[in-house]
Design a protein around this ligand. Structure first.
Ligand code: NAP
Ligand code: MG
Length: 503
């Protein structure tokens, strides 16, 4: 591979090979002949070197005033804005989603940089009154220490940015292990942080496999916070690995997100939403609209309209601006998708659009599957399991109550949506759907960075990414009492005379 660009780990502000000198290849999922580069195939010793750097940088970074930390994030936002087109194109080539979407991915990183940059001048604590005289009470956010991030490939800059910007403004230092399929986008993010003036060692990237470098990284006893986004099965393994040391663990995992379509819905709008929600990012979003719970009164029309739109989607290399849907991320993910399509057929779900791999000369070197629509029963595997591909299942329902029941049967609870013109139905769904995110007259995708993002049940473990809620993952509350009475006043005991009815 003499011509392949060689990319290195980013440790302590320097670009370094894996100690072993081992590398792995990264190829374009739209064209397997397109080699993007070779990357450091890191192992435990590389993770340790990155944690060494993060540990040493933490000693000074935690003492940098938060407004100054925020200013670096502000510059990060400006640099990403200047390089948006360059990084978006590289991301489409690296992971296949269409340019419009990779521009959105980089934009999300920009939005997070400005949001958390602003937090530098807030990071509010709570100041309140003591129950005793001549005593002061407040609580402040303290940094926690070294954070390890394990991230997926579907939002290769946005997800690292959600975690990193919040962690840094709080005064922590970071080691990121990005997905094997998208190391370049993470290294671009690191480059922008470096150019924004972030001190050496505050942010580090080690590339390589989850088991060989990810697991040793998060097991390092110096790592205090582990934030993971990915599948529920890997999330469970990580949670178990971190339990003995009581590390703070933040998990964002899978979804099987329903759109409810009521019989009073604007059907054009609902179909538009379902197409975007189900086939955006080729269905490879944790929030993908992979279940469409459609009222029987509009089932036939909705199904026909959706199938027609799905068949008309232009699928191909996302670098071509006219393309609407890209490939699956890799061969094995494509095979999983094709397997699920066979499972759907075998279970008796009715295939109404797509169902095959695309094999024309323009598609032959990539991992392309047709946008696929089933009409299924609520128990079918295509209607209950996360497929992570361009497959969605319409499930007929007879009432809002039934739709909510079907929606809540899922072990996941990430995103949810309803299309209806009836405000009463919208509010009942808002109250009763078990999910961290809810949309009215929009599909299940499209979160904005200044609101909390995350899910309940087997999607998450009670934390939220983005918004101000993210600050709780990356800071520890410290409650502070200052007594200026000159006495040892005992809380709950030395209540001032006259203050209590029994006194
Ligand atoms: P994944 O297989 O769980 O991988 C995610 C990350 O974990 C990758 O960096 C992976 O490294 C690493 N990893 C794998 N095995 C590991 C281990 N034993 N120890 C430590 N790290 C390990 O998920 P994916 O296939 O990349 O992403 C798809 C999944 O992510 C879906 O389930 C989707 O719903 C979920 N997701 C959730 C959200 C959310 O916010 N809720 C957002 C996006 C995606 P390698 O790349 O080397 O395998
Ligand atoms: Mg790739």
């Amino acid at each position: 591979m003499p011509d392949a660009p060689r990319h290195r780990n980013f440790i302590n502000g320097e670009y370094v090979d894996a100690r072993s000198s081992r590398v792995f290849e990264n190829r374009n999922p739209a064209d397997a002949n397109d080699l993007i580069g070779v990357f450091a195939d890191s192992a435990e010793e590389d993770a340790r070197a990155a944690v060494d750097a993060a540990a040493s940088a933490y000693k000074t970074w935690r003492l940098v005033p938060a407004p100054q930390r925020g200013e670096i994030l502000y510059r990060l936002g400006e640099i990403l804005r200047d390089r948006k087109e360059e990084y978006s194109r590289a991301m489409t080539r690296e992971m296949g989603k269409v340019l419009k979407e990779t521009r959105g991915d980089v934009q999300e990183a920009i939005d997070m940089a400005f949001l958390m940059g602003g937090e530098g001048r807030r990071l509010h604590g709570q100041t309140t009154h003591s129950e005793l005289p001549d005593k002061f009470a407040m609580s402040v956010r303290s940094p926690i220490g070294i954070c390890a991030f394990i991230t997926p490939w579907n939002f290769p800059m946005a997800i690292p940015a959600w975690k990193t910007t919040a962690a840094l403004v709080c005064g922590n230092t970071v080691v990121l292990k990005p997905a094997t399929d998208t190391p370049l986008s993470s290294l671009h993010f690191a480059e922008a942080l470096r150019d924004a003036g972030l001190p050496k060692g505050v942010f580090n990237v080690v590339t390589g496999s989850g088991s060989r470098v990810g697991m040793p990284l998060l097991r390092d006893p110096r790592v205090k916070v582990v934030s993971f986004t990915g599948s529920t099965s890997v999330g469970r393994t990580i949670n178990e690995a971190c339990a003995p040391d009581f590390k703070h663990v933040h998990l964002e995992m899978g979804g099987k997100n329903p759109i409810i379509v009521m019989d009073d819905a604007n059907l054009e709008l609902a179909v538009d939403g379902a197409i975007w929600g189900a086939f955006g990012t080729s269905g490879q979003r944790c929030t993908a609209s992979s279940r469409l719970l459609v009222h029987r009164n509009v089932l036939a029309r909705f199904t026909e309209m959706l199938a027609e739109r799905a068949r008309a989607l232009r699928v191909g290399n996302g670098l071509d601006e006219s393309i609407e849907m890209g490939p699956s991320i890799n061969q094995s993910q494509m095979e999983t998708v094709l397997e699920y399509i066979e499972i759907g057929k075998a279970e008796g779900a009715k295939l109404v659009a797509g169902g095959s791999r695309l094999t024309s000369p323009a598609h032959a070197n990539g991992w392309f599957v047709e946008p696929t629509v089933f009409v299924a029963e609520r128990t079918h595997r295509v209607a209950t399991e996360e497929i992570f591909g361009p497959v969605t299942a319409i499930v007929p329902i007879g009432s809002l109550q039934e739709a909510i029941e079907v929606a809540n049967e899922s072990p996941y609870g990430l995103s949810s949506a309803i299309f209806t013109q009836d405000v009463n139905k919208a509010f009942v769904a808002m109250r009763d759907l078990e999910a961290g995110i809810f949309y009215v007259n929009l599909p299940t995708i499209g979160a904005e960075t200044h609101l909390p993002f995350g899910g309940c049940k087997q999607t998450g473990n009670g934390h939220r990414e983005a918004g101000l809620a993210a600050l709780d993952v990356f800071s520890e509350w410290k409650s502070v009492y200052v007594d200026y009475s000159g006495k040892i006043q005992k809380a709950q005991i030395d209540v001032p005379a006259g203050a209590s009815p029994s006194a």
